[in-house]
Design a protein around this ligand. Structure first.
Ligand SMILES: Nc1ncnc2c1ncn2[C@@H]1O[C@H](COP(=O)(O)OP(=O)(O)OP(=O)(O)O)[C@@H](O)[C@H]1O
Length: 522
């Protein structure tokens, strides 16, 4: 049987009909055509061309090459096939905004299809084959490097201890299908990922892929920060997380994925982008820590770190912990000083209108220089503030039960805590829960964390800053958490490092949709 490949706008379509060798491009039509006479090989896989399911979107195509057993003009296409069989679901198909939770779970496996595209091997046919392979590959990787060199870091202790299995069963087949060069390393102790990042040969890799929770990218970032050549390391290498642990905030926020196979597919296809980090100064030492995700004090930190001892009961420990804190009206007072960016939701909305996509840049040491650290190190109190900083409303800070600062929208698999977070706006999103409101109101806000609509509740303060200083005032030792890791109970100061880290963003210049503007209540 003879067939045809059409290269259309969003992918390739396979037909079982004869067609003459032909190639054309047409900007006005919805398809870019490039057709070859294609008799389907008898070895063609279970891709059924007659079922109507004959379209492979470019976003699913992993690799195309001349078939290795080439006798007479066969090509092999490897693509990521969704295990729910819904091949044709493409991005933005629905006109109504939907939070990513359902889509994020989709799982993919690689499949091969071998096509015989000419009967005889002559030079012209070979050129035509090379041409069509090149064309499909370019359209399949429009924003990213084809076949990136990947250094995979797997934390065997992540989550329920299944990261190795998840990587091998879900991510590895997609990576193999895309013919990437891969080096795999298991982390052997806490801090190993940081040591590796500090010493890795950065010329050898394009991506460090953390098959883990959020703890490994946190270590990689801090390992890079210790390097003499940190500018080169942060400029060149994409730090990416795919789910393997319990906290997969980075994967959901950047790639819109909670399944490992979808995360790696999008990591290969998405756009390498420079995002902001946060630099944290400690009161007790000169050490600077980098944070990519969040800092929290109050009920959330108590519920997260304070319930580690009942880790075996799963993620419910966290929900129970927060509910316990809030229903008991526990307060976690603090002093807060900020370099204000957007004061409230109305200013945040205006800020969204002014966001510009700034060009990527080569980093210099200047980009890592802290503006406010020296003043903090000299005197870490609330009265010794840098110019144009302000003290945050004490009535609220003395009665707060949750303080949470973040740079990514999703802080866990179903918690959209910072729906207005932007990758490189130079601002940190802050959310403060005020315990003076009735527990019912606080509970209502907590119950809407998945949708991200808590930021519109009266009991929740929502604003953006470029830097802040927090001095905890609870008269007993409490938890402070930075990117989910325990941090000493002491004053700390945070400032944005603008566009210093490289990662892959599936949606280009923004994080996964979190519905902030769509849910706007102004
Ligand atoms: N081989 C190892 N043995 C013990 N700890 C390790 C090992 N490798 C990495 N770690 C530590 O495991 C911690 C948690 O890692 P990760 O974030 O991958 O998993 P997680 O399940 O999401 O964790 P958590 O729930 O604590 O956030 C990291 O702080 C890291 O330092």
């Amino acid at each position: 049987m003879r067939g045809q490949i059409d290269i259309e706008k969003g992918g390739i379509r396979l037909y079982g009909q004869p067609l003459t060798l032909n190639a054309y491009e047409n900007d006005n039509s919805s398809s870019i055509g490039c057709c070859l006479s294609v008799p389907f090989s008898t070895r063609t896989s279970n891709f059924n061309v007659n079922s109507g399911n004959n379209f492979i979107p470019f976003i699913n195509i992993l690799h195309v090459e001349k078939a290795t057993s080439i006798m007479n003009g066969e090509i092999e296409i490897t693509f990521a096939y969704p295990i729910d069989g819904k091949m044709n679901i493409t991005e933005n198909q629905s006109l109504e905004f939907q939070l990513p939770y359902e889509d994020a779970k989709r799982e993919y496996i690689p499949k091969n299809i071998t096509l015989k595209i000419c009967d005889n091997e002559n030079e012209n046919d070979n050129e035509a084959i090379d041409d069509i392979i090149g064309k499909i590959m370019s359209l399949s990787y429009p924003f990213s490097k084809k076949r990136p060199r990947i250094y995979v870091l797997i934390n065997p202790h992540s989550g329920k201890g299944e990261a190795v299995k998840i990587y091998n069963e879900q991510a590895k087949p997609i990576i193999i299908g895309s013919h990437c060069e891969v080096t795999v390393q298991h982390t052997e102790y806490s801090g190993h990922a940081s040591d590796i990042a500090e010493n890795i040969d950065i010329d050898k890799y394009d991506m460090i892929l953390c098959a883990s929770g959020d703890g490994i990218p946190y270590e990689v970032i801090n390992g890079f920060y210790k390097r003499e050549d940190k500018c080169k390391a942060f400029s060149r290498i994409n730090i990416v997380q795919i789910p393997g642990g319990s906290g997969n905030a980075m994967s959901l926020s950047c790639l819109g994925a909670t399944s490992s196979s979808l995360a790696i597919l999008r990591a290969l296809k998405g756009k390498s982008s420079q995002i902001d980090l946060m630099a944290i100064s400690k009161e007790s030492s000169n050490e600077i820590i980098l944070s990519f995700l969040s800092q929290t004090y109050g009920a959330i930190a108590q519920a997260d770190i304070g319930t580690e001892w009942i880790r075996s009961i799963g993620s419910i420990r966290f929900d129970l912990g927060v509910a316990y804190e809030v229903l008991n009206n526990r307060k976690y007072p603090f002093d807060l000083a900020v370099k204000m960016g957007c004061r409230d939701n109305s200013e945040i909305i205006k800020h969204f209108e002014n966001i510009k996509d700034i060009e990527d840049r080569e980093l210099t040491q200047e980009n890592f220089k802290l503006k406010y650290n020296e003043e903090f190190q000299n005197n870490a109190n609330i009265n010794n503030l840098p110019e144009s900083w302000e003290i945050y409303d004490e009535k609220i800070s003395n009665n707060a039960n949750i303080f949470y600062a973040g740079k990514m929208p999703y802080v866990s698999g179903n918690t959209n805590f910072f729906p207005a977070a932007l990758p490189n706006d130079g601002l940190i999103d802050l959310v403060v829960f005020d315990s003076r409101y009735k527990a019912m109101q606080n509970s209502k806000a907590l119950l809407s964390l998945d949708k991200g609509t808590h930021v519109w509740e009266d009991c929740v303060e929502h604003f953006k800053v470029s830097a802040y200083r927090l001095i905890p005032k609870k008269n007993r030792k409490c938890y402070i958490s930075v990117d989910g890791e325990n941090f000493p109970y002491e004053a700390f100061q945070v400032e944005v490092l603008h566009k210093v880290m490289r990662t892959i963003l599936w949606e280009g210049s923004v994080y996964t949709g979190s519905g902030y503007l769509e849910n706007c209540k102004i």
